[in-house]
Design a protein around this ligand. Structure first.
Ligand code: IPD
Ligand code: CA
Ligand code: CA
Length: 270
């Protein structure tokens, strides 16, 4: 994905959005059902969990999308990549972003569904079922929260900014664990948070709730939807050097645009 906008698809956009919203709401309902009734946890590693809620929500999303678009490609966190015959269109799915929060009953998690056309982000839908907050964006048509237009904040200085970040599951195994950047930003920003859900972090920058977000090792499904939503809310996304972001690279810097250079300068220190 780069900063060049993909071509518009006329009224097809509306149907893409309807399908994605329907899938996200169904998945959200499944997550809430498991949150009430209980779920099984499997360990991908000591700190990386997956639950049966992740799997069931993912299946429901894939079923919705393939019922509407049987030839489209699917790239889902738990299932991996499935190529369709019309796989210039690819749906990128995180059925539960914030699994650790979910497993602990901490209500900060979401469903994230992005759609790419020829590798460029076309649509983003992120649904937070605990707050019933639905973030949507279609490229060129603005970003919305429950139907209300979103815009990033107008904070201009790091020392007035509320920032957010996250840590990858290999935090114990590598020195590239973000703790150095975290320490530097903690001394520069007005405040610093770690919510545990990267897709919502991007949406919260879009909504002006956070002013900036960075993370070293995100996956395409963490970013695909949120990046479209943030851009459409007037925000800026880049790699750590300020160049065009690819969701297939890992490092992401996202902001209201105004503090972006200041964030890049802090990240360049280490
Ligand atoms: C994780 C969350 C977290 C981020 C991690 C992601 P998951 O996704 O987005 O905020 O720091 O890098 O892996 O595993 O909960 O879907
Ligand atoms: Ca995720
Ligand atoms: Ca996930």
């Amino acid at each position: 994905m780069n900063d060049v906008l993909p071509p518009l698809f006329g009224s097809r956009h509306e149907r893409f959005k309807t399908v994605a919203v329907d899938a996200a709401r169904k998945a959200g309902a499944i997550l809430q059902q498991y949150a009430r009734s209980g779920f099984q946890i499997e360990y991908k590693s000591v700190v990386n969990l997956v639950t049966d809620a992740d799997h069931q929500a993912e299946q429901a999303i894939i079923d919705c999308i393939l019922a509407a678009y049987p030839s489209h490609g699917i790239f889902a966190e738990e299932r991996g990549r499935q190529l369709g015959t019309d796989s210039a269109f690819q749906w990128i799915i995180d059925p539960l972003d914030g699994t650790t929060n979910f497993a602990h009953g901490y209500p900060a998690y979401c469903v994230s569904i992005g759609l790419e056309y020829e590798g460029q982000g076309l649509l983003g839908v992120v649904y937070d079922p605990t707050r019933d907050e639905l973030f949507t964006a279609v490229v060129g048509q603005g970003a919305y929260l429950n139907g209300t237009r979103l815009h990033v904040s107008d904070v201009q200085r790091l020392d007035q900014a509320l920032l957010v970040t996250g840590f990858a599951y290999d935090i114990r195994d590598t020195p590239a664990n973000n703790l150095d950047h975290f320490a530097r930003f903690a001394l520069r920003a007005q405040g610093l948070r770690r919510t545990g859900t990267a897709a919502l972090d991007l949406c919260y920058v879009a909504a002006g709730r956070f002013d900036g977000f960075w993370e070293l090792k995100l996956q395409p499904w963490d970013m695909a939807a949120g990046v479209v939503i943030l851009r459409e809310a007037g925000g800026r996304v880049s790699n750590f050097k300020g160049g065009p972001l690819s969701i297939y690279d890992q490092g992401l810097v996202a902001s209201n645009g105004l503090i972006h250079e200041a964030m890049l300068a802090v990240l360049a220190l280490g």
